[in-house]
Design a protein around this ligand. Sequence first.
Ligand SMILES: [Zn+2]
Length: 214
Amino acid sequence: MNLIKSIFELLVPSMCPICERETSNGICCEKCFIELNKDFNDFDRIKSLGVAKALAVFVYSDRVKKLIEVFKYDGFLRIGKFFVELLAFKIEKRKDLFKDDAIIVPIPTHNARIRERGFDHTEFLAKELSKITGIEYKKLLFRARYSKSQTKSKDRWENVNNIFIALNIPNYKNRQIILLDDVITSGSTMINAIKVLQELGYNDIICLSVAFKL
Ligand SMILES: [Zn+2]
């Protein structure tokens, strides 16, 4: 568990994760922070993922990539909280896209990755985002490990020959699902998740990420 490391990094200013030269102001150095402004998805460009739209705070530049990596691999939670504040701002700003009855659903992380890193980065983002926006958080999606997983649980699982399985909860089906991930590159992870949810009748889906490749 990286807990000690995380606490240490939350409290103590360290080196800028972007340039690795200057002292960090908690996120990165001041110079890199100014540069980071170029990477904001200010005009709210939207990526189309089949039936769903995807919106991101940043475009996926080398700077943003480094920031996401120190959050995800090194457990630098202060950066994670910075991302959450920006995600919350995006939701607030685009009230036309995000509905009041929405539910935040994180893209599930591999258990092996969670063990390696000591925490689940998408769950962290989803929970923190729920805390500051008041939008409900629900773990609806899971990584499919075995095709026999339906028989193991009392809950109704649906397995759609996919990398994900989803919980079948009728009450949630008329609500908007905000699928949350750190990065959307090709979009294939999101498209997989959307398919699984759609098969179960979740029809109102929007994707949100810290960064995406347009
Ligand atoms: Zn820097």
